[in-house]
Design a protein around this ligand. Structure first.
Ligand code: PGA
Length: 260
């Protein structure tokens, strides 16, 4: 078995919060607390904040990204933003397929798949989110839904370079609810995702793809979630808005060993 550790990724999703001014104070506070942390810290910020945040985070463990992009390279799409614009502004990753985009903006798996391909082509790491609703879970369809989303969202992507894709399991019922999935429920879903990735990309690559858990992740439940063998990090919404609570999560130490 390889002893190479899989580094934890703690990602904050600011959603539609924080102006440029507010972000500067936040990032300066966060950076002060991160000395010596072994985790990689990702911050998905509003479009307007990307450039400022990326400049402030240069040479630090913090990686800045976006929360959405268009699937076209460029074009007459009023109000949209292209991957290469995000990249130029300093984004290194982009959240795609978040349940708020799927439900509030009608994004289908087909569109998400096109966005994932465009992000890869533009040199951005897609942080692809999947997850079942409460109704799907109580109907016993969790496995079916997750597999269907993975198949559709990653269709046509047959090979993936190291560190070029991140997955997030975000049960829709746990997002913003203050009721995170139990570590056992999350681990079961993560193991399913890992098996899918192994079938698609092979064991060696699948073992290196980080699978984050998202949905009411907080300093109080982060440790138990991160102890699960297939939970490689967290995608944190509301608890990432406060630099102190976010940095408490970022400072948790657990080591994942690749099972190769
Ligand atoms: P939450 O959001 O932590 O506030 O539940 C997570 C997310 O939407 O990514």
């Amino acid at each position: 078995m390889s002893q190479t550790p899989r580094p934890l990724i703690i990602a904050g999703n600011w959603k539609m919060y924080k102006t440029i001014d507010e972000s500067i104070g936040y990032i300066k506070n966060l950076l002060k607390t991160l000395d010596g942390t072994a985790s990689r810290i990702f911050l998905a910020v509003p479009f307007t904040v990307i450039k400022t945040a990326a400049d402030l985070c240069k040479g630090t463990p913090v990686v800045v990204g976006a929360q959405n992009m268009n699937d076209a390279a460029e074009g007459a799409f009023t109000g949209e933003i292209a991957g290469r614009m995000l990249k130029e502004a300093g984004a290194q990753f982009v959240i795609l397929g978040h349940s708020e985009r799927r439900t509030a903006f009608g994004e289908t798996d087909l569109v998400i798949n096109r966005k994932v391909k465009r992000a890869l082509a533009d040199g951005l790491i897609p942080l692809l989110c999947i997850g079942e609703t409460a109704a799907e879970r109580s109907a016993g369809q969790t496995e079916l839904v997750l597999t269907r989303q993975l198949e559709a969202d990653l269709a046509g992507i047959d090979a993936i370079a190291e560190n070029s894709l991140i997955l997030a399991y975000e049960p829709v019922w746990a997002i913003g609810s203050n009721h995170a999935a139990t570590p056992e429920i999350a681990q079961t879903a993560h193991a399913l995702c890992r098996r899918f990735l192994e079938g698609k990309f092979g064991q060696e690559i699948a073992q290196r793809i980080s699978i984050l858990y998202g949905g009411s992740a907080k300093p109080e439940n982060a440790c138990a979630l991160l102890e699960q063998p297939d939970i490689d990090g967290l995608l944190v919404g509301s608890a990432s808005l406060d630099p102190e609570s976010f940095s408490l999560i970022a400072q948790i130490e657990t080591t994942k060993t690749l099972k190769l």
